[in-house]
Design a protein around this ligand. Structure first.
Ligand SMILES: NC(=O)c1ccc[n+]([C@@H]2O[C@H](COP(=O)([O-])OP(=O)(O)OC[C@H]3O[C@@H](n4cnc5c(N)ncnc54)[C@H](O)[C@@H]3O)[C@@H](O)[C@H]2O)c1
Length: 245
């Protein structure tokens, strides 16, 4: 790795977060984890909650890039779950990044931002978003907030609208039965690669939104051209490769 970076991964103990830490460490980056649960395989990992602004200020000290994944990862009660974790938590992370001069912010957004899209396919990041729940609406707020910080504070931003990286055996059964699910599948290995590419890219931009999936099995649903163009991301897997890793 010609330019190893100090990277904070929030949500480092989760399904995607663990894969991201693994990929970054393998590629020679210095990784710090932050999660309310423990982070296996990461020596420098902090246990903390996104509600704790001081803890986030300590966690972002000396950090060049933040991959922000800690969140409630699907639709849930807005006032008790999504608001404190996905909205207030995001505010704390962005403010801690600003105060510590973090240069790059990579945000785990979601393909659910276009849940209502009915064609034509593939859907691109330039097409109007069609969220259908508070979770996806909150992720769109996150994309907008990250864009604001990119513009106001020169904090380069990549918002990654992730495809489906299954967390449970129920998710796996659903994907097995659903062609669309197979087309938007994102293997843990490709998720790690996608975030690593976002950390490492030297292509000039301030703010970019990219869909991120593995290789579609039937039809291309989410257009990953911007991930290729700006990040140099080339998926390696297709459903079902890697879902058990
Ligand atoms: N897995 C997918 O298919 C998918 C698709 C689109 C977007 N995403 C996004 O990717 C990110 C990771 O999702 P995942 O599937 O790995 O979910 P996950 O639940 O496995 O991981 C989320 C992690 O965040 C941590 N976390 C949650 N709230 C926290 C808080 N207040 N403080 C500190 N840590 C907290 C959890 O402990 C967990 O380890 C999320 O932002 C999710 O919205 C995931």
């Amino acid at each position: 790795m010609p330019n190893p970076q100090a990277v904070l991964v929030t949500g480092s103990g989760g399904r995607v977060g663990q894969a991201v830490c693994r990929a970054l460490i393998e590629r020679g980056h210095k990784v710090r984890g932050f999660d309310i649960r423990s982070t296996p395989g990461v020596e420098d990992s902090l246990t903390g909650d996104l509600s704790d602004f001081q803890a986030l200020q300590r966690a972002t000290r000396g950090i060049e890039a933040v991959c922000h994944l800690a969140a409630v990862p699907d639709e849930d009660d807005f006032l008790s779950k999504l608001l404190p974790n996905n909205i207030v938590g995001l505010y704390h992370v962005l403010e801690a990044c600003r105060l510590n001069g973090v240069k790059r912010f990579i945000f785990a957004s979601t393909g659910q931002t276009v849940s209502g899209h009915a064609g034509p396919w593939p859907v691109t990041p330039e097409m109007p978003p069609t969220p259908r729940n508070w979770y996806a609406s909150g992720k769109l707020l996150g994309e907008a907030a990250a864009q604001t910080y990119a513009h106001q504070y020169k904090m380069k931003n990549v918002s990654l609208r992730l495809g489906w990286c299954p967390r449970t055996s129920e998710h796996i059964s659903q994907i097995k039965k659903w062609d669309f699910g197979q087309d938007i599948y994102l293997s843990p290995g490709d998720a790690g690669l996608l975030f690593a590419c976002a950390v490492e890219t030297t292509v000039p931009f301030d703010h970019v939104v990219c869909f991120g999936t593995s290789k579609p099995l039937h039809h291309t649903r989410f257009c990953i051209a911007s991930a290729k163009q700006y990040l140099g991301y080339e998926p390696q897997d297709a459903w079902p490769t890697g879902h058990d890793s």
